[in-house]
Each structure stands twice: as C-alpha cells, then as structure tokens.
Design a protein around this ligand. Structure first.
Ligand SMILES: [Zn+2]
Length: 475
C-alpha cells in the first residue's frame, strides 16, 4: 500500500488526535482529498449513522482506516545536513569539540558526488520519515566538485537532494546556502581552503544566479514537494558586504532565510573583533532578521541579542541532540521564546533522528540550566515540532490537523513499553517525554501512506540503504 492516486479521498478514524485549539480529542474522523485535509470531526459518530455521509458517494462511505494511539500532525525537521548522517557513532568516539568534529565532517564532505550524495540523503530522509518527519529543511552547502569547479549542472548536488526527498516521500525546503569565506580572523574574512572550496560560489551575486537556475517558480517551488529557500551559512562564512544579495533573493521569491548563529563563543569573539558587534546585531543591521528568517542554535546570545531577535519575530531553531553531542552549550530557550522568537527543532548533525527527543531536549536543557521544572508544556514543544517548524520552512499551511492543511499524520503508539499506561489526559506528555521515534507507527505525508506499522513503504530496507551509502563515503 504505497498510497492512493493523488485525487483519491481518504478517511481515517483516530483513537486520539491533537487538534488546533481543542487539544487531544477522542474518535476523530479525518478526511482528505489528494494532499489536503478536507474535514476534521472530533467525537465522530459511528460511520453508519454519520449525518454528513452521502449514500450516493461510494468514496465517502468507505470504512475509515483506524489509527490506534495518538495522531499528531507531521513533524518538521527544520535543520538538517543530510550528509552528516555518515558521521554518526564516529563522532561519538573519543574526545574533542565542535572544531575537531568539523574536521571529520570535512573529510566526508570531500568524498561525496551527486550519486553518492543522492543515496546517502535518500536513506537519511527515509530515516526521518520513519521518525514522523513530513518536511525537512536541508541546509545545503556542498555545491561544487572538490576544488570548487562546478559540475556540468551547477545545481547537481541540490537536485540530488530534491530527488532523494521525493523518493523517501518527504516534502523539503532546499535551503541553498551561501558560503564564501573560510572563517573570520581578527583582521577579517579568510579565503576558502581545502574541503571548503567546493562550498563556494565566489560571491553572493553568483550564488544568487546559481540558485535562480534551480528553476523555481514565482513562489519558489522547485517541484510539487520541494521549494527553494536560502541560507547564510554564518557570519564566519559570509562577509558583511555579501549578505544583501542573499536577502534580496529571498524577498524576490518570498522564500525562507536561515543562518547558523552564535553556536560557538569563538564566533561571537571574532565577530566582535572584526565588526565591533555580536552576530545577532550584524545580521539585524544587514536586514537578515525578520519573520521569514530562522537563526539556528542561538546558543551564546546576550540579553540585547535576544530582544533584537524576538522584536523581529525571528525563528530560533534549536537542535538539542547535536548541541549536547558537540558540547556547544545551552541556548536561552525560554528567554528567546518570551522575547517573541517562535522556537523550531532540527536534528542538524543527525547524532540521532528523533524529533520527540529534540522536543523534550529543549525543556530538559532549561531544567538543568535553571534547576526548576516546567518551562515548556508538551503542547508548546509540539508546536515547535509542527506549526512553527513548517512555517519557518515556508509551508505555513502544514503542521495542523485541520481542513485545508497538508494531509500529514503521525501516529504514535500508546501501548509500547515506553508509553503504555498513560491516561488519555496525558497522551501529549507521553508522546513528548516518553515516546521515541520507534513509537511512530504510521506516517501519512500529503495524503499518501509513507510509513505503515513502522515500515517505510517507499524505501524497502532503510538500515541497509544507510549502511551501504555510509560505507561508500566513510573510509
Ligand atoms: Zn547546522
């Protein structure tokens, strides 16, 4: 069962479903036509007596598929570097910092070509689908051949990612990343060197010309499942004078704009030395911040930065499993949210791919930092994983089980060893604080079954594909 024809109506009856403004409701009849929900009816009557069922419409009288457990909207993985998946377990051996990890990451980056990148990304996106991710924000900077020469198609690597997402059944936003400098020294930006050479387009105008060649329409759509967005890699990798062309490109297409920011104190110190201000202030002064912009990590931000970010309604994407894996530090999540930043979640380096773990990681980090509990409710954390995440990727009509929205459903088992025993009234807490990606049983993306009973329906053997594609690029 790989899903219906795109125009075929679908019906599901969820034991429990989380609905906007209503919380968790019982016996929810969910209907879709093609890739959109058409109606959502809590406490649905038995189908035979449902008053809106028409006897003359066979598709509408079909028995709905029962969804056992808690059904949620699709999750957004708002920050991904698909190829980092090859580093899992290698990174965790031994010691080091973000900077030593980066050297290992460069080794993998040096080995990929469009074919091997496609295979690795397809397996990684399939792992995401198994974890309930319906849309990924792929922060993509591996553009050119080693040494920096463009491929015959200068967007061959980006297209490999778009194709990989399609084959794994996900929607995606290709956050095509401007990456021009090799770092920020006290006397200014450094040239790209070694493995970084393949990240660079020379300058931001040439970056914009290449991204435009992706062929997106006026709304930035590359394909029905994929849209183009932009990223400024960081203030380390894009000099101040090169930021405006990127911002201008996003305004032309109404596209989302993402940037790594203040993941490391060393970045703040270099930015202060060269520009006399924090990375937040620099991005603000270059018109980068705003309600279509996401800053990723925001780990080391001062109170004034937090106020600037919140005042601009900039999204803050937190990646707790990566941040703790790399020893980055703790972002002031509660202060960012209180200042007005919608929070989103990403698995970033894919140390694990589990959006529920990212969600609880935000709350647990806050508890450890402040030695008190209860800063974010399960519902607030799920909003980060769903509505806010999708909106930050340019899909504002995804992330809610509501008529008109993208027909994405994630059903979490409530009878596994991790979740059994939770009363209906705490089903959201069971999902966010006890469940793992393993408890995601069914995933529907755009009205199409992608995962059924824990099995990916489009990629037959995800572990084998991960194994093979990783072996091909890790020595
Ligand atoms: Zn990242």
């Amino acid at each position: 069962m790989t899903g219906p024809a795109r125009s075929q109506p679908r019906r599901w009856l969820a034991d429990l479903a989380w609905l906007p403004g209503q919380g968790v409701c019982r016996d929810v009849l969910i209907e879709a036509d093609g890739d959109r929900f058409t109606s959502v009816t809590p406490a649905a009557s038995p189908i035979s007596s449902a008053p809106h069922v028409s006897a003359t419409a066979p598709s509408a009288t079909s028995v709905p598929e029962r969804l056992h457990g808690l059904t949620l909207p699709g999750f957004a993985n708002a920050h991904s570097h698909a190829f980092h998946r090859a580093l899992r377990s290698t990174t965790q051996a031994g010691r080091g910092t973000f900077w030593t990890w980066r050297e290992r990451m460069y080794d993998v980056a040096a080995r990929l070509d469009p074919d091997s990148y496609h295979r690795l990304a397809r397996a990684t996106f399939a792992e995401m689908a198994l974890a309930g991710v319906s849309c990924a924000g792929e922060f993509h900077y591996l553009h050119h051949q080693p040494g920096g020469r463009p491929y015959d198609d200068p967007n061959a690597m980006g297209r490999a990612l778009v194709q990989a997402a399609a084959e794994a059944g996900l929607r995606m936003t290709l956050l095509d990343t401007c990456y021009l400098a090799g770092g920020l020294a006290e006397d200014g930006p450094l040239p790209l060197a070694g493995p970084q050479l393949r990240f660079g387009d020379g300058d931001a105008l040439r970056w914009a010309a290449r991204v435009t060649d992706l062929g997106c329409d006026a709304h930035g759509m590359i394909a029905p499942h994929a849209q183009a967005g932009a990223a400024i890699h960081s203030v380390r990798a894009v000099p101040r004078g090169q930021m405006h062309p990127v911002v201008a490109w996003t305004r032309q297409f109404g596209a989302p704009l993402h940037a790594h920011m203040s993941e490391q104190r060393a970045e703040n110190e270099a930015c202060q030395a060269v520009y006399g201000m924090s990375p937040t202030r620099l991005l603000y002064e270059q018109d980068v911040l705003g309600p279509r912009t996401t800053v990723v990590h925001a780990t080391h931000v001062e109170d004034a930065d937090t106020e600037l970010l919140g005042g601009c309604q900039t999204f803050a994407c937190l990646c707790p499993t990566t941040e703790r894996d790399l020893g980055d530090g703790l972002a002031p999540a509660q202060a960012l949210a209180a200042a007005g930043c919608p929070l989103t979640l990403g698995s970033d380096s894919h140390a694990v791919v589990d959006i529920l773990e990212e969600a609880r990681g935000v709350e647990y980090a806050e508890r450890l930092a402040r030695r008190a509990r209860g800063h974010f409710t399960a519902e607030t954390l799920l909003c980060a994983a769903t509505t806010a995440g999708h909106t930050s990727l340019g899909w504002p009509d995804a992330g809610e089980i509501a008529a008109g929205c993208w027909a994405d459903l994630v059903t979490v088992s409530l009878d596994s060893v991790r979740t059994a025993g939770a009363a209906d009234g705490v089903a959201l807490e069971a999902a966010v604080f006890a469940a793992t990606a393993t408890d995601v049983k069914n995933v529907v993306i755009g009205g199409r079954d992608v995962v059924h009973d824990g099995v990916h329906l489009l990629v037959p053997d995800v572990p084998e594909e991960l194994s093979r594609s990783i072996r091909a690029v890790v020595g």
